[in-house]
Design a binder for this molecule. Sequence first.
Ligand SMILES: Cc1cc2nc3c(=O)[nH]c(=O)nc-3n(C[C@H](O)[C@H](O)[C@H](O)COP(=O)(O)OP(=O)(O)OC[C@H]3O[C@@H](n4cnc5c(N)ncnc54)[C@H](O)[C@@H]3O)c2cc1C
Length: 388
Amino acid sequence: MDVVVIGAGHNGLTAAIRLARAGLDVLVVDKLPWPGGMAGYHILAGRKVGVGAYVVGVMPEELREELGLSIYVPDPIAVYELDGEYVRWWRDPKKRVEEFRERGLGDEAAAFIEKLASMNRALRRLFHKPPAEEELRADPEAAELVEKTARDILSQYLPQEYWPMFIYEHLLDQPAFYLAYFNPPEGWGYPEAGGERGIWALAESLYRKALEAGARVVLGASVEKILVKNGAVEGVLTSWGKAIEARAVLSTASPIHTLLDLVGPEHLDEEAERRLRAAAAPPAGPYKANVVLAREARLREGLQQYRESILQLPFGEAVVHGDYVTLVGEPDLEALESYVLNLRDLKALEVWGPAEYTATFNAAGAYVNHLPLTRDFLLCRPGVRLGL
Ligand SMILES: Cc1cc2nc3c(=O)[nH]c(=O)nc-3n(C[C@H](O)[C@H](O)[C@H](O)COP(=O)(O)OP(=O)(O)OC[C@H]3O[C@@H](n4cnc5c(N)ncnc54)[C@H](O)[C@@H]3O)c2cc1C
């Protein structure tokens, strides 16, 4: 075996496609019985519903093309409720500027939109592979991504009531990097494949392409250990009791789980172990409610026309696909009912919380990005004695 890939989430599958297309012998192993990981789906009341992610945005254009993925971007992309009105984030940057102008924000809003685009360009140029901190500081466009906070940038251009359109409150004092990361100029959208639109189209498409490329994919089985001898990786030990030799092991599981549980602290620097243990804090991550209705969701007046858009509501973000509504934020159904008027047509409901995300994906701390999005992890490459 050339490579064992741990995890059949979108990153594991994407890596497997690339490696298998390059002619390598690839085995993907995932503890879960479905492909797609946190961007996967399952069936609720006869309908496909996403278990975690619901829109795609930060995937580079070149990668989308290489993988043949189609993403449908709604227009407006997102609608943000502010004082009972809807602020629309259009696909066309000129319309974005007009929208803000109509709300009394002038040149500063236009400058902000340009700023987001330039920060995003720097992010794509330099964060393709983990850059060295000096490399970033030396680059005029990139330096402020790590030197300034999201709050520094936002407060320069926009009144505070608009900030939640662009960043979660808990990230305001983190590097401006996250502002660029969460706001790609081309926006966010829904994967499409085989006549279907929804996050499930991504997992289905990547899974099919990985198999077509010749990768083997084992679902519902875990890697228990990454085997290491004389400072080099030898393979993995699986939950079905077999050791599989491999020239390389690529883990897309959380670094906390990978390094502390699979590699083992005996191979880590003390400082790396301390930081990873500190990061594995009690779950504090998101809640997600999946609601399947007996008929099409009917939205509140004024919002119905934006039913394809990402709905940024005071208690979370909602997305509607016909009779399916998903809400990430506070799972407050009473509040949701004032937006989805026929919520009483509810056929099935499931709520995922931090404890489920932690246990299901081996994602300590329920971090949906596998590590805390804080400054001390942004440029961190924990020292590992393996020479990995
Ligand atoms: C509620 C919620 C909403 C989100 N919304 C969005 C969104 O709209 N857009 C967006 O871009 N992102 C979103 N995210 C984040 C996004 O889903 C994740 O960052 C992304 O899916 C991670 O992909 P991945 O392939 O890196 O990891 P994962 O999807 O976590 O895949 C890693 C896989 O490794 C497997 N694994 C772990 N340990 C082992 C082991 N020992 N042996 C075998 N397999 C193992 C896990 O089962 C998992 O399937 C959201 C996440 C959540 C939870």
